[in-house]
Design a binder for this molecule. Structure first.
Ligand code: PBG
Ligand code: ZN
Length: 329
């Protein structure tokens, strides 16, 4: 007895059935956790613009990572936040990021280490370049090389300089680091969603903004060209950033290119959502629903500050495994 319509609801009757028909499932290794690194010991500094995110010294980060790695966290992305400015620190072999890498490797040999490669947290003016595009490219290459020497698995240039992947690939190869991967911030838009991060990483531009080098939020086709060009220069994977207001870009890129497309669920997306949850404006399930949307759009991995929540450490999503959950409710 076939009615004149399909009974979709038969696949929705209970959780067991919904699980069987679910198209997109989040797993622990979908996530990359971005962390703010400071030197010294015992430091855990609150970041006013990002609730429950901290700047951590290596010992505190290691303690924080144990339960997350146990639950399946596979990679972190390191941002160095120096005590005082000076761009030379960015490529100093005993700089902050360079010191963190071997300590993390020792404790967590299986953890993938990705480093952000830029100068804006180190420069006096808070910009991602020194004025000249190509000389900045050479500086980014020096930074990437020192991260590689310290043991980074993947370097992630975020300065949006033209040719940055080219300069880095050339430097890494000439020094014998052929196996260090480049995850390029290929389609990075000039976004207001970064403002909480700038407080966290102390990289607010002292004058002007970043729209002279980061992409115009209006340009989807150009994002595809940026990505294509970075792959040509030797990028192994590409980042689309931010994620949520740019899910169309994530989707187009994942359809168009065969390298992994990584979405960066940025600071503003995190802080707005978490504040909404904390203030009781919206159900906490919205966090998983949002992260699910990024994967459904086509992201192969998601860089997200929500990792401690998703992995059930700090409570909001406790007892919910990452691999099976129902959104909504
Ligand atoms: C700087 C950098 C930024 C982010 C990552 N690297 C900020 C910016 O470009 O102004 C943003 C990350 C976030 O908002 O979570 N190179
Ligand atoms: Zn920068």
């Amino acid at each position: 007895m076939t009615p004149g319509f399909r009974r979709f609801r038969t696949t929705r009757v209970d959780e067991k059935t919904r699980t069987a028909f679910r198209e997109t499932v989040l797993y622990a290794d979908d996530f990359i956790w971005p962390v703010f690194c400071v030197d010294g010991r015992g430091r855990k500094e609150e970041i006013s613009s990002m609730p429950e995110v901290y700047r951590l010294s290596a010992d505190v980060l290691i303690d924080t990572l144990y339960p997350l790695v146990e639950k399946g966290l596979r990679s972190v992305m390191l941002f160095g936040v120096p005590n005082s400015k000076g761009i030379e620190q960015a490529w100093n072999d005993s700089g902050i990021v360079q010191q963190f890498i071997p300590q993390l490797k020792e404790q967590f040999p299986e953890l993938g280490i990705i480093t952000d490669v830029c100068i804006c947290s180190y420069s006096n003016d808070g910009h991602c370049h020194i004025g000249d595009n190509d000389r900045t490219g050479e500086i980014l290459a020096k930074i990437a090389l020192s991260h590689a020497r310290a043991g980074a698995d993947i370097v992630a240039p975020s300065a949006m300089m033209d040719g940055q992947v080219y300069y880095i690939r050339k430097e890494l190869e000439s020094e014998g680091f052929d196996d260090v991967k480049i995850m390029s911030y290929a389609a990075k838009f000039a976004s207001s969603y970064y403002s909480p991060f700038r407080n966290a990483a102390d990289c607010t531009p002292q004058s002007g903004d970043r729209s002279g080098y980061q992409m115009d939020p209006a340009n989807g086709n150009e994002a595809m060209e940026e990505i294509e060009e970075d792959i040509r220069q030797g990028a192994d994977s590409v980042i689309v950033k931010p994620a949520l207001a740019y899910l169309d870009i994530v989707n187009r890129a994942s359809d168009m290119f065969s390298v992994p497309v990584i979405a960066y669920n940025v600071s503003g997306e995190y802080s707005l959502l978490l504040k909404g949850v904390r203030d009781g404006l919206i159900n906490e399930q919205v966090i998983l629903e949002t992260l699910l949307s990024v994967k459904r759009a086509g992201a192969q991995r998601t860089i997200s500050y929500f990792v401690p929540f998703v992995f059930g450490r700090d409570g909001v999503l406790e007892k919910r495994s990452v691999s099976a959950f129902a959104v909504g409710s």
